[in-house]
Write a protein that binds this ligand. Structure first.
Ligand code: AMP
Length: 396
C-alpha cells in the first residue's frame, strides 16, 4: 500500500518532494507551465499543514554536467508566481550549502534545488547521490508521475533512506485513473489510438483487446494497418517492421470480438509543409503521390458516434498532424467532442503526450475526467507494466 499525503503528520517537518518540472524552456523563459501548475496542490497542502518543502526535479538532458541552458532558475520564477511567495534556490542539489539552506527552512518556506541531472548520479541511480539527496527531508513524497517509468536516484534510490514516504496528490490521481479505474472501467470501454508510432502502444493494445468493445485507430499508425490489409496508402507513413504485428492485432481482435475501426476517409496532401494540393479521399483511393495527414469528416462522424455510446473512452495519440492548421481538424474535433461530453456520465481519460497537448490547445481540460501529465509513463502503466518509482513507494 502506498501512503497518501494526508496520512502524514506534516507539522514542522521538512518534506522532500520529487516533482516533474521537465518543461520546455526557451532563452530562459518557461514556454509551458502546465506541469508546474499541476504540482501546486501538493506543495500547498504541505505548507498549509505547517511543513517546509524542498523540491527537486530534472530538466532536459544536460548529461551529468552543469549547463545554464538547463537551469531550474526560470522554473523557480514561475513557481514563485504560482505560490505567491518568494522561494529559496540552491545552485547545486547536494552540496553542503544547499543542505544548510534546507536545515534553516521555517514552516511555510520553499526551497528549490538545481537540476538533478547536473550530476551523473541521478540517472545512474547512484547510492551515494541518493543518500545526499535524502538529507533534504524527513518525509519523502513523489509527485513526479512523468518520470515513474525511470529508475533514478531521486525517485527510486532515495526511497531506501526514508521510513516515511508516499505519493503526492498528482501521483495519486494518475494512479487512480490510469491503474485502478481500468480494473473495472465503466462499460463499454472504447480505445482511441493515434500518433505516429505503433511500437509504444502495442502493450496497451494487447491488454485492452480482451477488455475493450471497440478500438478506433487514427493518425499515422493507420497506414501500417491498411498496408497490412493489402491496401494502397500512397506516400503516407508506414512502419514496415510493424506490418506483421498489425496483422496479428487484426486477427486477435476478430477472435475476441473487439471491433477495430480504421478511418473510412482521409485528408491527403502532396506535402506536410507548404502543401499545394489538399483533398479528402476515401480510405481505398489514396492517390500514389499523396500523403494521408488527417482523418476525414466521415471518420470523425463514425468515431464520434462510437465514442458517444461508450462508458469509458481512453484516448492516446493525435488523429493527424495536428501541429499544422491544415491537418488539425480530426484531432480538434475529437478534443472538442470529449470536452462536450462532460455531462454525459462517460469517463474521458487522456493518456499524456500529444493528446494531452491537443486537449489543452483545442478544448477545456477541466471538462475531461483525467488528462495524464506523463507520456511514456502513462503508456507503460496503461500497458500493464509495473513502474519502478511507484513500486519503490510500496517497499517498507
Ligand atoms: P506519437 O508520439 O506516436 O503519439 O506520435 C505523435 C505524432 O504523430 C505527432 O507529432 C503527429 O504530428 C504525428 N502524426 C499524426 N498523424 C500523422 C500522419 N497521418 N502522418 C504523419 N505523422 C502523423
Amino acid at each position: 500500500m502506498i501512503r497518501s499525503l494526508n496520512s502524514f503528520d506534516l507539522k514542522d517537518k521538512r518534506v522532500l518532494i520529487r516533482v516533474d518540472y521537465n518543461v520546455p524552456v526557451e532563452n530562459g523563459v518557461v514556454k509551458d507551465a502546465y506541469r508546474i501548475q499541476c504540482s501546486i496542490p501538493t506543495i500547498k497542502e504541505c505548507l498549509e499543514a505547517g511543513a517546509s518543502v524542498v523540491l527537486m526535479s530534472h530538466l532536459g538532458r544536460p548529461n551529468g554536467s552543469t549547463n545554464d541552458n538547463y537551469s531550474m532558475i526560470s522554473v523557480g520564477e514561475v513557481l514563485s508566481d504560482f505560490l505567491e511567495i518568494p522561494i529559496k534556490f540552491s545552485h547545486d542539489c547536494i552540496n553542503e550549502d544547499s543542505i544548510n539552506v534546507t536545515i534553516g527552512l521555517h514552516p511555510g518556506e520553499v526551497h528549490l534545488l538545481e537540476n538533478l541531472r547536473f550530476h551523473t548520479g541521478e540517472e545512474e541511480n547512484d547510492f551515494e547521490f541518493s543518500r545526499l539527496l535524502s538529507k533534504h527531508g524527513q518525509i519523502f513524497i513523489n509527485d513526479a508521475f512523468g518520470t515513474s517509468h525511470r529508475s533514478h536516484a531521486s525517485n527510486v534510490g532515495v526511497t531506501d533512506n526514508f521510513m516515511h514516504k508516499g505519493m503526492g496528490l498528482l501521483m495519486e490521481k494518475e494512479i487512480q485513473y490510469l491503474m485502478h479505474k481500468f480494473k473495472k472501467p465503466k462499460e463499454p470501454l472504447v480505445l482511441l489510438l493515434g500518433g505516429a508510432k505503433i511500437s509504444d502502444k502495442i502493450d496497451m493494445i494487447e491488454r485492452f483487446i480482451i477488455k475493450a468493445k471497440s478500438i478506433l485507430i487514427g493518425g499515422g499508425m493507420t497506414f501500417t494497418f491498411l498496408k497490412a490489409m493489402g491496401l494502397n496508402v500512397g506516400k503516407s507513413m508506414i512502419d514496415e517492421s510493424m506490418i506483421s504485428t498489425a496483422k496479428t492485432i487484426i486477427k486477435k481482435a476478430r477472435q475476441n470480438r473487439v471491433k477495430i475501426k480504421l478511418p473510412v476517409d482521409f485528408v491527403v496532401s502532396d506535402a506536410i509543409d507548404k502543401p499545394s494540393k489538399i483533398e479528402t479521399v476515401s480510405f481505398d483511393s489514396i492517390p500514389d503521390n499523396m500523403i494521408g495527414l488527417d482523418i476525414g469528416p466521415e471518420t470523425i462522424k463514425l468515431f464520434s458516434n462510437i465514442i458517444l455510446q461508450s462508458g469509458t473512452v481512453l484516448w492516446n495519440g493525435p488523429m493527424g498532424v495536428f501541429e499544422k492548421k491544415e491537418f488539425e481538424n480530426g484531432t480538434k474535433s475529437i478534443a472538442n467532442l470529449l470536452s462536450d461530453m462532460k455531462d454525459q456520465n462517460i469517463d474521458t481519460i487522456v493518456g499524456g503526450g500529444d493528446s494531452a497537448s491537443a486537449i489543452r490547445k483545442f478544448s477545456d481540460i477541466e471538462n475531461i475526467t483525467h488528462v495524464s501529465t506523463g507520456g511514456g509513463a502513462s503508456l507503460e502503466l496503461l500497458g500493464g507494466k509495473n513502474l519502478p518509482a511507484i513500486a519503490a513507494l510500496e517497499k517498507l
